[in-house]
Design a protein around this ligand. Structure first.
Ligand SMILES: [Mg+2]
Length: 311
């Protein structure tokens, strides 16, 4: 049996060193904001059997990912992630080892990405819910939004795509050392690159739902269209172009800008196409056999249960 009070004590013990003016243990946290900056806020809800399964996803990966996905969203605004609130609802009969693993993963992510947990809440539930709300900061007026892409801008993606989707199909049987499986379980957000791109970027988004959907958000919000060269889309080793175009959860950055360097901090920054005028908000995919419209199709397509359902 796991009591709420025990969970709160555990989190408080574990994350007491937040550096905040008031951290865990009061009614609310009190944090500072650098002069001239604005707070940047986001949250992400992870639900057992929707986003993860206890059978296939180690608890430390759930803890790691709950922090990493929020760091990615803050980074995609060109902002610096700093502090977060973590709320959990867990079954009363959940093994303590699951909680310990979860907190190990969350702590590892906080260390890696230099963020601190300053509060949260807990409750009981039939399945596990984890909600992390992240705060960051950015200089006033400098946040990079989805709506600034202009005709003539080039379109760039960091790293490579399709790895997380490939990893999700291998989860049942593959070794935990498989890079694709690791990418699915322990995503590495590109927030530090987002910060560096911010002065040049006209629009930016992290690739969480898949290139076809996330680039769709940029063209729709910006009132433009896009051309993508199929052969230039960087595919994760073992992942085909379909996974690279539609597989989500890679947490790479998709950026539009007049010009970006080909590599930043050892990470490739790959030019995959350009923004074109056109209020139809279309994405044109250019390949060997001509042009086609790239329709949005999300990562769910690659889930083993989705494949069974459609088979
Ligand atoms: Mg996002």
């Amino acid at each position: 049996m796991y009591s709420e009070a025990a969970l709160v004590r555990k989190i408080r013990r574990r994350f007491s060193e937040s550096g905040a003016e008031v951290g865990i243990g009061d009614d609310a946290a009190v944090v500072d904001l650098p002069d001239g900056c604005r707070a940047v806020l986001c949250s992400y809800l992870l639900v057992e059997n929707t986003h993860f399964e206890r059978r296939t996803h180690p608890s430390d990966s759930v803890g790691f990912k709950s922090i990493a996905v929020n760091v990615s969203d803050i980074g995609a605004m060109g902002a610096v992630p700093t502090r977060c609130l973590i709320s959990m609802a867990v079954p009363a009969d959940l093994e303590e080892s699951w909680i310990d693993g979860f907190l190990d993963g969350a702590a590892e992510a906080c260390r890696s990405f230099n963020v601190a947990i300053v509060g949260g809440d807990s409750s009981s539930s039939e399945r596990i819910f984890v909600d992390v709300s992240m705060m960051g900061h950015v200089e006033a007026g400098r946040a990079v939004r989805r709506n600034g892409a202009r005709a003539g801008d080039r379109i760039y993606v960091t790293g490579c795509l399709g790895g997380a989707a490939l990893g999700s199909t291998r989860l049942e049987s593959g070794p935990r050392t498989d890079p694709a499986i690791r990418r699915h379980l322990y995503p590495e957000p590109r927030h530090r690159l987002g910060r560096q791109f911010a002065p040049q970027a006209t629009a930016m988004i992290d690739v969480s739902d898949g290139l076809s959907i996330d680039l769709g958000h940029i063209v729709t919000e910006s009132g433009v269209s896009a051309r993508i060269e199929r052969d230039s889309v960087p595919c994760h080793p073992g992942a085909g172009i379909e996974m690279a175009l539609h597989g989500g959860e890679d947490y790479e950055l998709l950026v539009t800008a007049p010009d970006l360097p080909a590599e930043v901090d050892g990470v490739p920054v790959v030019r995959i196409g350009e923004i074109i005028a056109g209020e139809s908000n279309r994405i044109v995919l250019v390949g060997d056999s001509g042009e086609a419209i790239l329709e949005p199709r999300g990562w769910q397509h690659f889930r083993p249960d989705a494949r069974q359902a459609s088979a």
